[in-house]
Design a binder for this molecule. Sequence first.
Ligand code: NAD
Ligand code: WQD
Length: 336
Amino acid sequence: MNILLTGGAGYIGSHTSVMLLESGHDVVVLDNLCNSKAASLKRVEEITGKKILFYQEDLCDLAGVNEIFRQNSIDAVIHFAGLKSVAESVEQPLRYYQNNINGTLVLCEVMQANGVKNLVFSSSATVYGNPETVPINENAPVGAFNPYGRSKLFIEKILTDLYLSDKKWNIALLRYFNPVGAHLSGLIGEDPSDLPNNLMPYISQVAVGQLQKLLIYGDDYETPDGTGVRDYIHVMDLAQGHLKALEKLNSGPGLVTYNLGTGKGYSVLEMVAAYEKASGKQIPCQIVGRRPGDIPTCYANPCLAEKELGWTARRGIDEMCTDAWRWQYLNPKGYV
Ligand code: NAD
Ligand code: WQD
């Protein structure tokens, strides 16, 4: 198949590109590079020995997006493009809603006009807000509490309405838990443009000496060691989930929603210990107050994806940390 990846130069998109190319698909990438570098796609080509057709384009530009569909015969779209910083979304809600929601509306309009109706969407566990119970099932109540999370929730609703209006659409809403790690080659990985917001890239930058110490946001949660518990998932397992979702869409399932997580929760302190073991480096840490908006515990029930997609995450936290560290020490300043 010929797959269009919006936001394909980013962290998850670049890893998914490797998986798609190695499975015999063709990849077209649309990305405005607002949070990524074209070098990631060159590295994907180096890993796979295959070419990517890249358009540096903003998803909100309807004419530009339409032109990509005119020039290529697209079979399906994986929609990664979006802004993803929770803190930034609180400061700039209009920018987040404009980019994430308007970009999706443009994409769907162009897809509809061109008769392309298979779509995989990057949603997030953040749509569950503070879950009442764990592990979290797909039918758990939703309710995000920041503009970023709400943009994901609104997009889920928009895509649901679109499907209800025209049952020829096949849409997979993939709710990712906490993606970490990197491709085994060490050639591609996560490259935050500013100070990392997320735990794993922060630890990596401490380990490689770019940052002094990790601030641990709270050790007084109701968790076994008091620090926050999350479901970390290796980005290559996540990439595999996209391949399985595309296959599923070919069977005409309509609108489907899947958690992509491992089903296991690890605390901040457990992640630090695993990273220290993988890297042989000591990670200086300081316990500070809770980060506003954080929740104590979040992990998936991934059984539906196993049952309906035949997908499970295979890589454990040691492999996640080893691969994240390999990327970081080979590329201490990212894609420069
Ligand atoms: P990323 O920032 O590395 O990739 C997103 C890409 O989208 C970037 O390359 C960026 O340049 C591009 N982009 C953004 N707005 C665009 C626009 N208007 N037009 C064209 N390109 C645009 O992020 P990622 O970690 O790879 O995340 C991919 C998707 O998965 C995002 O939608 C994100 O919200 C979602 N997600 C990420 C996580 C996570 O923790 N990484 C978790 C859950 C969901
Ligand atoms: C994990 C744990 C922190 C950084 C966020 C978004 C979510 C999704 C994934 C896109 C928590 C602790 C972190 C640090 C720390 N993104 N921590 N020191 O908060 O689960 O989810 O990214 O959809 O929407 O909210 O991930 O990696 O930021 O935090 O102690 O410097 O690490 O408190 O317990 P989170 P995270």
